[in-house]
Design a protein around this ligand. Structure first.
Ligand SMILES: [Zn+2]
Length: 183
């Protein structure tokens, strides 16, 4: 009689355990995107076609804010971005695809509320004429993935006289391994 009870309990509990385990597995939440999420190219194949990805790809990869600014040409509110008054030494990358875009050596405080640079890593950005909002401006775009980054103006400091006005959400940051003392 005892044996039968044990067997019965066992035979009943095993499927229950299996159901529980599989339920747990299905319930596992998808990894959430944090606001700091930047996408490094390291985990993507080298010849990945960044330029021809659809909305769904970017929506999964980026935060909502990143998507609306970098993929739909929006603008973040001034003085809200993490890199506006950021002074560390390193390289600013594209938050969409990880391409290196600006050196911290060319960053300056423009007082506009957006990270500003007097030069870009030329081979990695593209400049496009932008006539939206009844203004004639030059849009700055990531050459690899086509992300909208911001605009460039002719009122910057020496030596170039350019002011690349860039949205923080379109940027990531790679610190230099050996940082030199700040001025
Ligand atoms: Zn990019």
């Amino acid at each position: 009689m005892k044996k039968i009870t044990i067997l019965l309990v066992l035979s009943l509990s095993i499927p229950f355990a299996i159901v529980l385990a599989s339920h747990k597995k299905n319930d596992k939440p998808a990894p959430t995107m944090s606001a700091e999420k930047t996408n490094t190219p390291e985990n993507m194949p080298e010849n990945f076609d960044w330029k021809h990805q659809g909305k769904d790809f970017w929506k999964k990869r980026l935060t909502q804010k990143q998507f609306s600014v970098c993929r739909q040409g929006g603008t973040e509110r001034a003085f809200t971005g993490v890199y506006n008054s950021f002074k560390e030494e390193g390289t600013f990358t594209c938050s969409s695809c990880g391409l290196e875009l600006f050196s911290s050596k060319t960053k300056f405080d423009s007082g506009t509320g957006w990270p500003s640079f007097w030069e870009a890593i030329k081979e990695n950005v593209e400049l496009k004429e932008d006539n939206s909002w009844f203004m004639k401006r030059t849009e700055v775009v990531c050459k690899r993935c086509g992300a909208h980054l911001g605009h460039v103006f002719d009122d910057g400091p020496a030596p170039t006289g350019k002011r690349f006005c860039i949205n923080s959400v379109c940027l990531g940051f790679k610190a230099h391994a050996h940082t030199t003392p700040k001025k």
